[in-house]
Ligand binder design. Structure first.
Ligand SMILES: [Zn+2]
Length: 456
């Protein structure tokens, strides 16, 4: 700890670590495996950047976020720390320089995506150096479903074993106890320390409003926005098409907004994100592709125009409001439960559930055809990840698997928790808190059940 403090003072010029950083830092320095459930921001990166300099060798930081890799690498370089990143949007020259530096032991920290990590040029060089720790950011990519699901995350446990078994620290935002266990199992964490924070946020006012006819959704959104033209916010929708239609409609009404989804080019996504971060756009109409790694303090509201599929995803998305601690509003517009009058949510859920079941059906069919031991192929990536998630496949190395047709675990993805939240007949915060395995809070006063008068 003393060495860590000296490094912090020497490079970062801070006198001490923040209180919230200390337990994480202690766990990281003790070289045990770690699963830390933390929201974005709050100085998380220092807790693995400082320990990277304490030991000989290089720390690998695996993250799906290109912007984050670049920002953090640049920041470290400014502090005089030797860091580099590796991702698919880099110029070949830059990539070559990073790769050459690996066997030379030039980098103390290397940021990369799981796809870059497992690409032959990087993998070959990583064998020729000492890795002192693997940090896995956004670990929920392993268990979440849809656009943030990254099949290559499923091979990280085997990556660690093949790189001399360094300690593995996984970071993610909120996760239910069941998801925590799934992360421990899927990553093969060895007697990990688990650090977690309650999802409760005293400054977020939660409200659910039922939608009885499709036009009502637009009206509610419009009315909400008209009262808050100066506030920053986010509107989440399920589909790409939905975000574009809503953004176009709201622009015709004079609102300054844009769509954001994973179907847009990387450059355009980054530009849109920056315009929102700079305050040039007050809000975005986005799919769940937006928000990982985003740390904007003054987001005053988050609306969900459609019901999300998963409570953990929902809690993560609403957690982007009110990071500065100021009161913020969280509104969920949910189709009436029968789906007769407003079928929007019912149809979307059917569509996504169908897609989910089909992916699993395909994985099951492949299970019958795949050899009992085999080698990774890109075209099988999704099925192999699903089989791993279900406990039917083991990665012996990051490239070789062994099928295990006997065992079957229930999937880590939780599809039904959201229904409980919508139908809950009590305090909404209590529901979330107990769903995440925390003891009940005695006071709420800021949800539509506890304080209907404060509704917006
Ligand atoms: Zn309440």
């Amino acid at each position: 700890m003393d060495t860590a403090l000296q490094i912090l003072q020497r490079y970062w010029r801070f006198s001490d670590f923040r209180e919230a950083q200390k337990p994480i830092l202690e766990a990281v320095l003790s070289d045990t495996d770690l699963l830390a459930l933390l929201p974005t921001g709050g100085g998380k990166s220092v807790t693995f950047q400082v320990p990277a300099l304490v030991k000989p060798g290089m720390t690998l930081v695996i993250t799906p976020l290109v912007a984050l890799m670049e920002n953090q690498t640049a920041q470290l370089q400014t502090l005089g720390i030797s860091a580099a990143c590796l991702h698919s949007q880099q110029a070949p020259e830059q990539r070559r320089k990073t790769l050459t530096g690996i066997p030379q032991g030039r980098w103390k920290l290397l940021y990369l995506s799981p796809e870059s990590l497992l690409s032959p040029p990087a993998w070959e060089r990583l064998q020729q150096t000492i890795i002192n720790r693997i940090v896995l950011d956004e670990a929920h990519c392993l268990t979440s479903w849809g656009s943030s699901f990254r099949p290559d995350y499923h091979r990280i446990g085997a990556v660690r074993r093949s790189l001399g078994n360094p300690p593995l620290c996984a970071f993610t935002a909120t996760a239910t106890p069941r998801t925590q266990q799934a992360l421990v199992d899927l990553l093969g964490l060895q007697t990990p320390k688990i650090l977690r924070n309650s999802p409760y946020r005293a400054n977020l006012y939660l409200q659910v409003r039922k939608i009885w006819y499709p036009q009502q959704r637009l009206k509610e959104i419009q009315q909400f926005l008209t009262q808050r033209t100066l506030e920053t916010g986010l509107i989440y929708l399920r589909t790409r098409n939905g975000t574009e239609k809503l953004a176009a409609h709201l622009r015709t009404l004079g609102f300054n907004t844009a769509a954001y989804h994973a179907g847009m080019a990387a450059e355009q996504r980054r530009e849109t994100e920056n315009r929102w971060l700079d305050g040039k756009l007050k809000f975005l109409c986005s799919t769940n592709a937006f928000g990982m790694g985003i740390d904007k303090p003054n987001v005053r509201w988050v609306i969900h125009g459609n019901t999300p599929l998963d409570l953990a995803e929902y809690v993560q998305e609403i957690g982007r409001a009110g990071r500065d601690g100021q009161p913020s509003k969280v509104l969920l517009l949910a189709s009436e439960p029968t789906g007769w009058l407003d079928p929007t949510d019912r149809d979307l859920h059917r569509h996504f559930r169908q897609q989910y079941l089909e992916q699993r059906k395909k994985a099951r069919q492949q299970l019958a055809q795949l050899p009992k031991t085999g080698t990774y192929r890109l075209e099988d990536a999704l099925s192999l990840a699903i089989l791993h998630e279900q406990g039917q496949l083991q990665w012996k190395t990051p490239f070789d698997y062994l099928l295990n047709t006997q065992s079957f675990q229930a999937s880590a993805v939780e599809l039904n928790t959201m229904e409980g939240y919508l139908g809950c007949r009590g305090c909404r915060w209590q529901f979330i808190i107990s769903a995440f395995g925390w003891p009940k809070q005695s006071v709420c006063g800021h949800c539509d059940y506890c304080c209907p008068k404060a509704a917006f």
